[in-house]
Design a binder for this molecule. Structure first.
Ligand code: ADP
Length: 242
């Protein structure tokens, strides 16, 4: 499903963020991206979501190349964004509508769905995320945990195949962390592919089958079973992860 081949990424200041990355992720996997700050996890999520493109190498999503050229084609981009959702680390930068309802409805409105279908789908999502009581609130008045749920709702409304999240538990209280953790487990059980940058090892226990570990010099140093990697304390210590 996600096929990244020999990809490197350099920011404009020529600072490298990803070096010679090879990753293949199949439908239904749950993958944690792990590594010290600045190792390239967020940049990789941006690549996977077609927000930036490799300076070198290829990225294929469901067999189609995702690059500057293909992402200029309206039909391709629309179809691509329906299939993959991105939850930013800071939900505040992702929310821009006047109410929670509008925020969650936005994706379907953009796709041109009828109002009654939109209403039903938004109600389902509000219920699923247990945020029906805040549907008329302004997103910027919400708590961190509520904002995160709204950002997730805005992504889920399009029923994407893949959900990508950047440190989704950062700054949340324990109750919100548990809610998001259990929700990710349920979504993965229902068949969605989950790709998530994380360092919150205590709370994410049980979500991931696989972990991909990056070194501080932006290379993949390990790719394997999440449980094996997380239990290898010496490896994690030696690579500044714990
Ligand atoms: P992580 O998510 O693992 O903390 P990032 O992907 O944010 O890592 O960053 C990878 C590298 O790219 C770091 O060295 C960081 O300083 C650099 N970087 C990130 N964003 C930018 C940017 N917008 N411009 C220039 N360099 C950046």
């Amino acid at each position: 499903m996600i096929d990244i081949r020999n990809l490197s990424f350099y920011y404009d200041n020529e600072e490298s963020a990803l070096l010679d990355i090879d990753i293949n992720i199949k439908k239904g996997e749950s993958v944690a991206l792990i590594g010290p700050n600045g190792c390239g996890k967020s940049t990789l999520l941006k690549v996977i979501n077609g927000l930036v493109f490799g300076t070198k190498g290829d990225y294929l999503f469901l067999g189609d190349s995702v690059d500057r050229k293909t992402m200029k084609k309206k039909d391709f981009t629309k179809n691509f964004h329906r299939k993959i959702g991105f939850i930013f680390q800071d939900s505040s930068v992702q929310l821009f509508c006047t109410s929670v309802y509008e925020e969650i409805a936005f994706g379907l409105k953009q796709m041109g769905y009828e109002e009654n279908i939109i209403k039903d789908r938004v109600c389902d999502i509000l219920k699923f995320l247990d945020i029906e009581h805040i549907k008329n609130k302004k997103p910027y008045h919400l708590s961190g945990g509520e904002k995160k749920k709204v950002a997730i709702g805005a992504a889920l409304i399009l029923n994407p195949l893949v959900l990508t999240l950047d440190e989704p538990l950062n700054g949340l209280d324990p109750k919100s962390k548990m809610f998001i953790k259990n929700m990710l487990i349920d979504l993965n059980k229902s068949g969605k592919t989950i790709i998530c940058a994380t360092h919150d090892f205590h709370y994410v226990d049980g979500i991931f089958e696989r972990a991909i570990v990056f070194s501080k010099d932006h290379k993949i140093i390990r790719d394997g079973k999440y449980k094996d990697i997380i239990e290898d304390k010496e490896f994690l210590k030696n690579n500044n992860i714990i």
